[in-house]
Design a protein around this ligand. Structure first.
Ligand SMILES: *[C@@H]1O[C@H](CO)[C@@H](O)[C@H](O)[C@H]1NC(C)=O
Ligand SMILES: *[C@@H]1O[C@H](CO)[C@@H](O)[C@H](O)[C@H]1NC(C)=O
Length: 400
């Protein structure tokens, strides 16, 4: 049984239910046709900004790659998991979760900081980084090496303790539609004005996304560098900056816990002004933590040049500077969702096992129950139900 079939049994009252069903193979074609007719077909491309011109063309078009979100690599070419070889506990866990989610992952060995000679670090004050931070940076750069060498079009990177909602494919499908709306060339003038130039707060309701040219290569659009999908904080750009403050607003997302359960993910406090169960998709600034992100071939090359070769930083601050165009780096097209869709799972037991980077940071406490922040229908906490085909899923953050 696929996630989508499981999810299809869940009562969703909004339009996203359509997309949950779309994944079940039998209906896929029907929905696809509906979607094409709904969107219209690109006639004269991005330069066509005449107001609501009728759509006349109906010649053959390429299949909409948006539905590739439902493939075994979530619409990316590969999914890599970074993991220290001896963390067999985490490897066991993520391999099982991926199998139960119908996702293909490939594990790549993380690098131990002790094994990274100081002289390879491209930074005059290299000594200020902890060994583990150096190892983490190197682990991510080794992935970039592989992406560049194999010319992979896009990849998703997960850290080995990642957990996700069993409805991840539906979440990413919605994210993909939102990402397209923000970054693909517009087919028509959108009532809210030009999304790329807007300097003021600009809510784009998910139910009324602007029509765009369909992407040809990636379900997430053909223009992005990085998708920050697992983070411990990210913010909508400030109106004073050089990028759009436009954000797609998804109300009543059943996978989003009420705001008071979101402490860890409200760093920018952008969700604070929206009702409970709201999800936002927007240009990413001030990102933190690298639980999961996706990067394109072009992005990997740029990142290698900037954070790999020119100037090292810890990988999360490196990515932040690289996205935001700070610390002398060029800015890049990075998108994020709040709250994040990938989160670190926390096992029951001693908290110092939480991080391979800084064991002291997580304290000496003992956690009584396993948990994953933000993720409502945690895959890990629902293994048993998934294995047995049951549908009474554990919801970590029920409303009451
Ligand atoms: C999933 O879709 C992406 C984007 O179209 C593609 O690059 C990738 O090869 C597909 N993965 C599989 C397993 O078919
Ligand atoms: C990498 O892939 C792109 C897109 O498929 C292609 O145009 C390019 O020639 C490839 N580069 C190499 C070095 O194979």
């Amino acid at each position: 049984m696929t996630i989508a079939q499981l999810t299809a049994g869940y009562k969703k009252t909004n339009s996203r239910r359509v997309f949950a069903i779309a994944a079940s193979a039998t209906l896929l074609c029907v929905i696809y046709l509906l979607r094409l007719s709904h969107l219209g077909i690109a006639t004269s491309g991005s330069s066509d900004h005449s107001l609501y011109s009728p759509v006349v063309e109906s010649h053959a078009v390429k299949p909409d790659v948006t539905n590739d979100v439902y493939n075994k690599t979530l619409g990316f070419e590969k999914i890599f998991v970074i993991s220290l070889p001896e963390r067999s506990d985490r490897r066991d866990s993520i391999i099982l979760s991926a199998a139960l989610s119908n996702i293909d992952i490939e594990i790549r060995d993380a690098v131990r900081g002790e094994n990274v000679p100081e002289q390879i670090i491209p930074n005059e004050n290299a000594g200020r980084f902890m060994k583990a931070e150096v190892g983490c940076w190197r682990s991510h750069m080794n992935i970039m090496q592989e992406v560049i060498q194999r010319n992979l079009s896009s990849i998703l990177i997960l850290e080995d303790d990642a957990d996700w909602d069993i409805r991840i494919m539906d979440q990413l499908h919605d994210f993909a539609l939102a990402a397209q709306a923000i970054t693909q060339p517009l087919l028509r003038v959108y009532p809210a004005g030009n999304l790329f130039q807007s300097r003021t707060k600009n809510d784009i309701p998910f139910e009324k996304l602007p029509q765009t040219v369909s992407p040809e290569h990636s379900p997430y659009g053909d223009n992005w560098d990085l998708l920050w999908l697992g983070h411990c904080g990210v913010a909508v750009p400030k109106p004073t900056g050089d990028r759009s403050t436009g954000r797609v607003v998804m109300l009543d997302d059943p996978t989003v816990p009420v705001k008071k359960s979101l402490s860890n993910n409200l760093v920018g406090n952008d969700l604070g002004e929206y009702p409970d169960h709201t999800r936002l998709v927007h240009h990413a600034t001030m990102g933190l933590c690298t639980q999961s992100y996706a990067i394109t071939q072009a992005g990997a090359r740029e990142l290698m040049m900037s954070v790999g070769v020119e100037k090292m930083n810890t990988i999360d601050f490196g990515l932040r500077e690289w996205c935001d165009g700070t610390s002398g780096r060029d800015p890049h097209l990075c998108l994020a969702t709040q709250p994040a869709v990938f989160q670190p799972h926390r096992k029951a037991g001693p908290q110092k096992g939480d991080s391979d980077i800084d064991t002291a940071a997580h304290g000496d406490g003992v956690r009584k129950e396993a948990m994953t922040e933000v993720v409502r229908w945690s895959t890990i906490l629902n293994w048993k139900a998934l294995l047995r085909g049951e549908r009474d899923f554990v919801d970590q953050y029920p409303d009451s």
